[in-house]
Ligand binder design. Sequence first.
Ligand SMILES: Nc1ncnc2c1ncn2[C@@H]1O[C@H](COP(=O)(O)OP(=O)(O)OP(=O)(O)O)[C@@H](O)[C@H]1O
Length: 628
Amino acid sequence: MSTRTSWADLAANSAAENTTAGSSANNASVGTTSAAPARSTYVPPHLRNRVPSSDPPAPPYSGPASSNDRQGYGGPASSNDRQGYGGSRWGPPRNDYRSGYGGGGGRTGGWGNRSGGWDRGREREVNPFGDDDDTEQAFSEQENTGINFDAYEDIPVETSGENVPPPVNTFAEIDLGEALNQNIHRCKYVKPTPVQRHAIPISLAGRDLMACAQTGSGKTAAFCFPIISGIMKMQGQSAQRPLRGARTVYPLALILSPTRELSMQIHEEARKFSYQTGVKVVVAYGGAPINQQLRELERGVDILVATPGRLVDLLERARVSLQMVKYLALDEADRMLDMGFEPQIRKIVEQNDMPLPGARQTMLFSATFPKEIQRLASDFLFNYVFLAVGRVGSSTDLIVQRVEFVHESDKRSHLMDLLHAQRANGVQGKQALTLVFVETKKGADSLEHWLYVNGFPSTSIHGDRTQQEREQALRSFRSGNTPILVATDVAARGLDIPHVAHVVNFDLPNDIDDYVHRIGRTGRAGKTGLATAFFNEGNASLARSLADLMQESNQEVPAWLSRYAVRSSYGGRNRRSGGGRFGGRDFRRDSSFSRGSSDYYSGANSSGGYGASGGYGGYGSGMTSAWD
Ligand SMILES: Nc1ncnc2c1ncn2[C@@H]1O[C@H](COP(=O)(O)OP(=O)(O)OP(=O)(O)O)[C@@H](O)[C@H]1O
């Protein structure tokens, strides 16, 4: 985006560009797994071509409530019209408020309760896209039809490692298997995004991978496709899963992510990608009743998506064994290996029965990868390829970043001004979805309340809310019923909410990587977005890294911020050395890294203009471990 207009215009443009809300947003909603009727007994992949099981059918599934009761956009925003938006704790009770986890949906179809082998069950698998009766129609309602691939044309890519498999240009060039190809088609993924072009062949070749690619660029599919395809290929093989205890399950793949909501989202995505492939995906995360997750696991699992805390619990109860894991993926890997999560990850990966690096395939993905974390992460990897997919070419940056100097005491009225102007520019009377990040849980509650009493329908998500409230808040935001979401960093990473037009950093984070992830909630999958940050003296330590990041992305850096940046450059630890890189570079190529083999990693390839230096120099503090 080359011309700068007012932020309100930008938000309105972005909203207009993103406006296909309604049913598609609803379809993509987090945590709305539809209830399914009783399923036939799970048959693991290696037994699926054998005689049908004669075990009794599993008990009926009582999953979360169906999404049928969701409301669309609640109508024009007006202070008198709060009820239309609902979702706020401060307003009257919503009529779509879920009654908990036990609510059954009205969906028909599913795995069926007829006896028979896997394939018969598979034919009756619940369609994760919606209406079982009209699969193509349901698939066609998804997003992704308008991805702007031109935005990715000049993206700089760098790989390093031994014998890096070459990238592909189309999905057709890769042998992912017929069923998976069909799902890719149904998802309307016409061609692979840059990270997919590179990462999928690397993973299909059996290589470990550390991949760094910008927010919203399709990393989820980049690790899901090779895993699903690999498990599909294993289905014909005869390897037996061991019988440790009748109730222990043996997933073939483990995908870990730092937050419950992100795990749910990955689960939803993976279910779509594995529809009718025979690959079973299960999710386990904290804050939700474990018994239901145990029941789901007992029905069988090929891919387990989990948050670390809940997985440790399951391992300690001996309900999950990692002995058969062939694929380990860490999404938001730098977050997973920072000081908050690292002990849990080591426990899971190193102190249980998971196969060692080399015997399993490990994939680490994030938009940011500080060098210190890369060093730690290398413990988990074997002869890996490092892949850095830089941010979208400088002249086509998708997220317009603005930084405004706002004193602490003026923040609320400033936010109000932004929201009023945005409302005035709203598309078809609808307020663009706005995500407001604050530092503390208390701050989130109080800002949400203040917004509400001032006529702005809002909700919030943070660690002090119950899981049910968190999920409801996300649903309400995603659907547009509550177009403002006040959030702590619990919503900073990974969440893919299609119509977020504006991210406001009401409180800036202490760490520049957190800023990168936060603003990445907008401007996804080739769409444009706007990010506004309120900066004041309290954020001086971030000035340098923020100015560097904005400059790298061809954003206007205000003169006053540059002055702060100069002042804070001396001795600040939260800065990026070198500049010029979005995702970072392979730490193995630094002279300080030595493993006695100077040319081992010399096979680096780069395209699109990466220089020889750069990367994130500092790993800032400010990491918390409140997520599970
Ligand atoms: N090949 C493709 N064609 C079209 N859309 C795609 C393609 N791959 C992914 N997408 C869409 O792009 C959006 C962003 O993908 P995803 O959530 O995987 O991004 P991400 O890189 O993991 O982001 P983050 O760093 O924020 O976690 C999703 O809505 C996804 O469906």
